[in-house]
Design a protein around this ligand. Structure first.
Ligand SMILES: [Zn+2]
Length: 432
């Protein structure tokens, strides 16, 4: 019994499972002694030898130290039943070498003083009744003069990535979805990560900023990206983690480069704005409305006290962000963005956010959820309908706020329909 785990790459196993593979051959391993890990790295089938690697190719054991030679055999399912007893049940004792060897198609060579690894393939384990029991198709053994001991194996699955979710999650529709994320700071970086986790197929990232040291306390990106453009760094960061999502970076400022954004919107299904500041939010509201696309706007208000996510939809009876904010003012409630109507550049200088990074991530995650649900609803998955068009959540509740921000307790969340009709003179909702 050993604590070593042997990783078996799918591309190697496919060779052994081929109809013309024969019943035995040589194999080689890589080894990483620091984590007691081995990798099948070479298989010999007849006269041909094949290098095999684990996906992703960058996995460091692919470049690991040479871990020795061994043999592979086809074997009866009975032998794998033994392996199950030894490894899964933690049996300390091995099996006698002659009993083991009797069940192999060819004689075993002398293991010498050091021993060697044998990989066995039991094709019969794929068929009933074994496919409903935990008898594995592949097993590994440490053959010594004192006996044969089970070695734990981990088989790389045929399918990795978001495709694994297909039975329980509408991954096919999401894989066809394009979301534009405007602003990939602390909220946007978390939202991008979550959107990729939901399986959104394509993300257009729009942000002109570079990652700087003061961002690190709140941002999903690690310090090795300091100085890089956030959009590029996020693409690199997620390439390892969520390779099924295609990330297209644009170092645009949504306000200054509005014309470029307009061009990208025709290929976008939904826009998520996580940029803080009045001008980008107003610009996204305007451009999305004019392009006939839904938009989700996420922000943190009141110095990190409350998170707010608004959904804007290009329906005739739904006003834009400005129309909705005006309705709040007309109702005599709090105006959370008093500078919204002010011209760009006339406001105060950007104040660094006082919210803590995990609160911003929480808002980013919720924004990604609402964006994903909107895409699914649009694709006809009505189970993903949301209860309203505005979600507010208290991150650090303070007494005395007026509606819709009077949440009372930290963690309170509230949905509101929050729809306001388009104003007649609205430059966004009115006729162009
Ligand atoms: Zn409007």
């Amino acid at each position: 019994m050993t604590s070593t785990v042997l990783l078996l790459p799918r591309n190697g196993l496919r060779r052994l499972m081929a109809p013309n593979a024969g019943t035995s051959g040589a194999i080689k391993f890589k080894r990483s002694s620091t984590d007691d890990l081995m990798l099948l790295s070479y298989v010999k089938i007849g006269e041909a030898g094949y290098q095999v690697t684990l996906a992703p190719k960058t996995h460091r054991i692919n470049q690991g130290e040479a871990g020795g030679d061994g043999l592979w055999f086809q074997a009866p399912v009975e032998l794998h039943g033994w392996w199950y007893e030894l490894v899964r049940r933690g049996d300390q004792f091995g099996v006698p070498r002659d009993e083991f060897a009797k069940r192999l198609p060819k004689p075993l060579t002398d293991p010498g003083a050091l021993g060697y690894v044998v990989l066995t393939y039991a094709p019969g384990a794929e068929f009933p009744p074994y496919d409903v029991t935990p008898i594995p198709t592949f097993a590994a053994w440490w053959v010594t003069r004192d006996g044969v001991f089970g070695v734990s194996v981990a088989v790389e699955p045929a399918e990795v990535g978001t495709g694994q979710l297909a039975a329980h999650w509408p991954i096919d529709d999401l894989a066809k979805t394009t979301v534009m994320v405007v602003g990939v700071g602390s909220i946007g970086g978390a939202a991008v990560t979550a959107l990729a986790g939901y399986g959104v197929g394509r993300l257009l990232l729009v942000d002109p900023d570079r990652l700087m040291w003061h961002n690190l306390i709140r941002h999903v990106l690690p310090d090795r990206h300091v100085g890089h453009f956030k959009v590029d760094a996020l693409r690199e960061h997620l390439a390892d983690q969520r390779s099924d999502t295609r990330i297209v970076p644009y170092r645009y400022d949504v306000v200054d480069d509005a014309h470029e954004i307009r061009g990208l919107l025709s290929a976008t299904d939904i826009v998520l704005c996580c940029a803080d500041g009045v001008a980008p939010r107003r610009t996204v509201s305007h451009l999305a409305r004019r392009a006939g696309k839904p938009a989700v706007l996420a922000c943190v208000l009141a110095d990190g006290g409350v998170g707010e996510i608004i959904r804007l939809r290009p329906f005739p009876d739904h006003g834009c962000l400005l129309c909705r904010r005006q309705a709040l003012i007309d109702d005599g409630t709090l105006d959370p963005e008093p500078a919204l109507e002010a011209g760009y550049g006339t406001g105060t200088l950007h104040q660094p956010m006082t919210a803590v990074g995990s609160d911003l991530s929480l808002v980013g995650d919720l924004a990604a959820k609402i964006t994903t649900a909107t895409a699914l609803e649009t694709a006809g998955h009505y189970a993903h309908r949301l209860p309203g068009e505005q979600l507010t959540i208290a991150l650090q509740a303070r007494r005395g706020w007026t509606g819709p921000f009077d949440l009372g307790y930290t963690g309170n969340a509230r949905w509101a329909s929050a729809i306001a009709p388009p104003r007649e003179d609205c430059p966004t909702c009115g006729k162009p």
